[in-house]
Design a protein around this ligand. Structure first.
Ligand code: HEC
Length: 114
């Protein structure tokens, strides 16, 4: 085991670990909620479960990673949909992470039948 004796080294290391932890959990659910209410709720429903059209997917409770990648793919047009391309183009990566984390945090209505 490596023993660290210098207090300065210990302090520097703990700051480095805090910085690493902070950048890893980048998503901000409250910011995601604010943008979702402004923009996305019009089609996907306020709760992410009641889309205005049955062909629009339910977002609530889907995996954050899936939602984030879907948004990136709409933005790059790897996934082609004219409506969602228009929605995703103005979003930054941080917006997409926040939106994905918000919708993933909502209770989903999809169930596996027993
Ligand atoms: C004008 C209506 C409309 C608005 C507003 C809208 N969407 Fe969509 N969304 C759609 C439609 C339609 C689809 C299905 C597209 C397809 O078939 O790929 C979709 C699909 C999605 C998907 C893919 C879900 C899945 O299960 O694969 C995500 C994620 C998504 N929207 C997120 C958002 C977010 C986040 C916003 C707000 C920034 C938003 N949408 C705003 C209509 C809309």
């Amino acid at each position: 085991m490596i023993r660290i004796h210098s207090l300065a080294t210990k302090v520097a290391l703990s700051f480095a670990m805090v910085a690493a932890a902070t950048s890893a959990q980048a998503a901000d659910i409250e910011k995601g909620r604010a943008k979702a209410d402004q923009v996305c709720a019009a089609c996907h429903g306020k709760d992410g479960n009641t889309p205005i059209d049955p062909s629009y997917p339910k977002l609530a409770g889907q995996a954050a990673d899936y939602l984030y990648h879907a948004l990136r793919d709409y933005r790059s047009e790897a996934r082609k949909n004219a409506i969602m391309a228009g929605m995703a183009k103005p979003l930054s990566d941080a917006d997409m992470k926040n939106l994905a984390a918000y919708y993933a945090s909502l209770p989903g209505s999809l169930r596996i039948k027993p």
